[in-house]
Design a protein around this ligand. Sequence first.
Ligand SMILES: Nc1ncnc2c1ncn2[C@@H]1O[C@H](COP(=O)(O)OP(=O)(O)O)[C@@H](O)[C@H]1O
Ligand SMILES: [Mg+2]
Length: 208
Amino acid sequence: MKTPRPRGLFITLEGIDGAGKSTQFEALVEILRAAGRTVVATREPGGTALGERLRELLLSEPMSTSTEALLMFAARQEHVLTVIEPALLQGHDVVCDRFTDATLAYQGAGKGIPRDRLQTLAHWVHPGLLPDCTLLLDLPSSVAAQRLRAQQRTPDRFEQQPEAFFERVRRSYLELAAEEPARWCVIDALQSPQEIGERIRNFLKKYV
Ligand SMILES: Nc1ncnc2c1ncn2[C@@H]1O[C@H](COP(=O)(O)OP(=O)(O)O)[C@@H](O)[C@H]1O
Ligand SMILES: [Mg+2]
């Protein structure tokens, strides 16, 4: 009888808009691939055909905060069932740009939905599934805003939020990290992309 392959690692990347997640994403995936692992690289909201359509709506269409949270979890349900869980069970690592922690920080702390309500949805949508590790790129909201302004493209519905919103989101991420220090790796995102990449490489040594 064949021994079942060990479950893959579920790694998530978090941080406010402009913190540098997309910049580090490929490097993170490359570190794992270079260690001989197979990686499914994905993002939230999105990661499935339906999820990407929901993403477009979430980033552009005005909607109530609870509609926003419910659509996030609807997209997540499809993602977990059809991409994340199957990949992990087959032994592939999954690297995901944002996951439920982003909903707790943005729709919870940022927009005021009670955390227990979001936790109920999380328990419904992905019972027992938690990232093995979560990398938090931590950046003051003023610096993130400057970085986004420098990009000179039209900001999406989330990026248009005021700096105070992002400061609440940032605080919330730091609180979540403090609650579960074994899962989170908090990275000072004021450092250069190279320094951040090195920090990620060092942190991942204990997993790969
Ligand atoms: N460590 C860094 N130092 C300075 N600028 C950065 C750094 N990381 C990313 N940037 C720039 O900041 C902007 C936002 O980065 P991005 O990776 O898109 O953030 P996110 O995906 O978290 O929203 C981009 O223009 C990017 O080039
Ligand atoms: Mg990004």
